[in-house]
Design a protein around this ligand. Sequence first.
Ligand SMILES: Cc1ncc(COP(=O)(O)O)c(C=O)c1O
Length: 459
Amino acid sequence: MSNSLLDLARDRADAFLRDLPNRPAGAQTTRDELYAALHVPLSDDGEDPAAVIDALARGVERGLIASAGPRYFGFVIGGSLPVALATDWLTTAWDQNAGTFATSPAASVVEDICREWLLELFDLPRTSSVGFVTGGQMANFTALAAARHGVLRRAGWNVEEDGLAGAPPVHLVVSAAAHITIHSSMRMLGFGTRALVKIDTDEQGRMRAAALRETLRTLDGPMIVCAQAGNVNSGAVDPLREIAAIAHERNAWLHVDGAFGLWGRTTASKRALLDGCELADSWANDAHKWLNVPYDSGIVIVRDSAAHHASMTSTAEYLEQTKGMERDNFDWTPDFSRRARGFAIYSAIRTLGRRGIASLIDNCCDRAQQFAEILGRDKRVAILNDVVLNQVLVRFGDSDELTRAVIARVQREGTCWLGGTTWQGKAAMRISVSNWSTTGEDVEKSCAAILRCADTLSS
Ligand SMILES: Cc1ncc(COP(=O)(O)O)c(C=O)c1O
């Protein structure tokens, strides 16, 4: 490959990254405009590669969201640490198939090391198995596949061999505030969403342990309980120690969706909030959220590595599978061939170290507090949640209409970007601080823009 193509890509990337803190945070164009800018008739003979890169970069320009930038507070979206971004480039150049040790010894060993580091960072059982998946959705799916195997095996049923038809029924008990990816995982695992028993939550969105206890008392047989560390709206963490005791008393498998909240385990300031997390049987987490590695990067952790392995592995005559210590990554994920996403995680963790990761998490939480303090001083504003992590819910004039109008105006204005939600039946602005580069100044600037937008609507 000609180096000039990589130079061209680097120049484009440099320009984008330099402009990132200043470009409008939200969308600047429409589907029609983008289509017109990018669509050409499919050619017979192709085009010059440099011209294609150039045309693509120009064509997508106005359709790129500055979600990697410091004033993007939508959903739960991290940016990219420079070292993780650089490593991701190398990952593409190396183009390893990370599926097995035979196809990439390097990817295998790096994921092994990341496994050890992550278990240490999150302080989870050190013999747990870890898979590197595309995101929180697949982490939940994989953990629940392991759970399905684990609870049915205890009931004398091999779900991988015999399927679900005729299997002992599995009770699926989830928080009423569970993330939708728990629901879709259950659907994909053949359970169906109608089977979910939902446990009531409190005003912060935490599962009520007493309600869980009552429900589990009425159930018998294989059970999976899904709790969460980090409600997607409020950031609230379920009472995990209590939930673990209740679940295990009934021999249930406890899964914790900690897509972003699990990172709280890496800082002393949040340890108490996540107390008892280590007692669960499986955990879902994202590196593309709070570790700030580029998309896509999710992490699944399972205490019972045999159940994890049994639910994911497969074999074929042509495969060169390892018999020794070497890790075949595909034993732990739904993917077979895949990208070596462990490399970027490795670089991020090794560069930051324990203290660097803790300060990344603390900074985001402090910036979320700063949002709540500045906006909360305004008479029109109510902060709807206890800001325990990086999420802030804001309501204007106790009015759904005004709140939604402020969100829409802020999105158009472009200083920052944030979305909306409905919280306890009321419209709310949703602020998520998940980016390594967000400063106190970014928060001040964003609050000023939000309040300016509210002024124009309430005057
Ligand atoms: C609690 C929780 N679980 C799961 C997910 C899904 O993660 P992903 O978008 O990486 O699939 C999210 C995403 O925000 C989340 O907040």
